[in-house]
Design a protein around this ligand. Sequence first.
Ligand code: MLT
Length: 267
Amino acid sequence: MEKVICDGYTLVFSDQGQGDAVVLLHGFCGSSEYWERVVPLLSKSCRCIVPDLRGHGSSDAPLGAYSIEQMADDLLKLLDELKLPKVTMLGHSMGGYITLSFAERYASRLNGFGLIHSTGYPDDEAGKEKRLKAVSTIQTEGMTAFIDGLVPGLFAPENAETHQELIAKAKEIGYSTPPQGAAGAALAMRERPDRREVISGSRLPILLVAGEKDRIAPAEKVFTADGPNITKATIQGSGHMSMMEKPEELVGVITGFLQQDRPQSDH
Ligand code: MLT
């Protein structure tokens, strides 16, 4: 793993493969390890840059509430440090919220972007309330109880039996998320605005990926816009975690998206 200092904090990332750069962002209480079944396949045809987001994995986890904008700004710093004028950014769930904030303000740094089991919708009132409950569970019961409650619901129910190892892996990643990082990120997600217009108003190539069995980000929340620049894909049999549940299928979708005709990137 490599390191960069963002806003005074260390952000770690992996950098594998060659060619056009793709930044892969994990979701809430995940880490770059979420992508460990994807990167070996995808890095055959492109350069995969995979950070541990602020508050997660081995990156620093400052105390207090984060903002999605701040987490997107960390990535701008990362691209600047790597001297990458343009990348394709693909974000899983919370990583998708960060991708939208990045696309809203730094579109000139993108060749395209994508949401993987994510949405432009903000939290509704019930969702905002759940964030506060999440923070309270993290603070009073600890990460193990919180993650044990969270992770099984991320996978398609029919995968629960066959994917025991993957669920255990996702839990292990979750357990090692610093509690202040999880709480900070939960509060960041709570405050995010409606960003559906970033999707409908962009001319960049956009990939929207839904999981057929996703109970967190159902297809109607993922597919919020149509257009000639928008590619939609549903991963059959997948829950919220296609990068773990169906990595070959997801890589096929991403590779197809990256190979579409598009203006030449300037690097
Ligand atoms: C995630 O996987 O990042 C979360 O499901 C996102 C959320 O809680 O909105």
